[in-house]
Write a protein that binds this ligand. Structure first.
Ligand code: KIV
Length: 279
């Protein structure tokens, strides 16, 4: 959606670093928002240098970096640890961090306490929370407390045990309407953005048009205000066939494995270290 051409603004890109209000301006100006996950300092630095707008320390850290089967076991301590390492790698990008399962559901006090840890100890600038209208009162209190909240609706991976797997959502009209209402309720409660996961592209486009805050999609089509991809998926690190919503921009897993094989071979046959690598 384009903004009022008569309004003079500093272009978002010309600022020192991106803020949540900058993201909203991007939506108004029709500029798409680029989001990627990162879980450590070197990947954060690379994402920042590449000009990504938002770096998300998602609870997918549990799957991609810690070897869990899903995101349910991820703890707040683990999140704080990874968020603070990502913080040290960022200059431009906004740092968004997930509230992991079990750290916000029982009420707004718990949600505020957990968010404060991610912000004070980890350096996050906004937090993401999975859930719909039932979280509105928490989101309102968090917002009043100065915590920028991004809602996450559609497929909510922390509910994997209830859903029986990571399944697309919103294909039936009734469910689609519930997701739309959830997004509207979170916006009304003060959410600064909504992440839409694994829902039909037409539904995501409709929600995007209905909201004034930006939507970030993953498996939700091109009609969102921005897109997010998981670092390891985008770079081709996990073995096997990726999910349909993933686009692999490189085959880094193969490059790393091949380099390590060559290293192992050279150590074993005495080629490394050469004179060049010796004192
Ligand atoms: O935890 C995560 O990485 C996410 C993805 C949907 C991007 O929330």
């Amino acid at each position: 959606m384009a903004g009022d051409p008569n309004t003079i603004r500093t272009p978002v890109r010309a600022r020192e670093h991106i803020t949540v209000t900058g993201l909203r301006e991007k939506k108004e100006l029709g500029e798409r928002i680029v989001v990627v996950t990162a879980y450590d300092y070197p990947s954060a630095r690379l994402a920042d240098k590449a000009g990504v707008d938002v770096v998300l320390v998602g609870d997918t850290v549990g799957i991609m970096a810690l070897g869990y089967d899903n995101t349910v076991p991820v703890t707040l301590d683990e999140m704080v640890h990874h968020v603070s390492s990502v913080r040290r790698g960022l200059k431009w990008a906004l740092l968004l961090a997930d509230l992991p399962f079990g750290t916000y559901e029982s009420g707004s006090d718990e949600a505020i306490r957990s968010s404060v840890r991610l912000m004070k100890e980890g350096g996050a600038q906004a937090v993401k929370i999975e859930g719909g209208a039932w979280l509105a009162s928490s989101v309102q209190r968090m917002t009043n407390a100065g915590i920028p909240v991004v809602g996450h609706v559609g497929l909510m991976p922390q509910s994997v045990n209830l859903l029986g797997g990571h399944k697309a959502q919103g294909r039936e009209p009734e469910q689609a309407e519930r997701i739309r209402e959830d997004a509207l309720a979170l916006e009304a409660a003060g959410a600064v953005g909504i992440l839409l996961e694994a829902i039909p592209a037409a539904l995501a486009a409709r929600i995007t048009a209905d909201l004034t805050v930006p939507t970030i999609g993953i498996g939700a089509g091109v009609g969102c205000d921005g897109q997010v991809q998981v670092w390891h998926d985008l770079l081709g690190i996990p073995p096997g066939k990726p999910y349909r919503h993933v686009k692999r921009y490189a085959a880094v897993g193969e490059v790393i494995e091949s380099a390590l094989r060559t290293y192992a071979e050279e150590v074993r046959n005495g080629v490394f270290p050469s004179e060049e690598n010796s004192l």
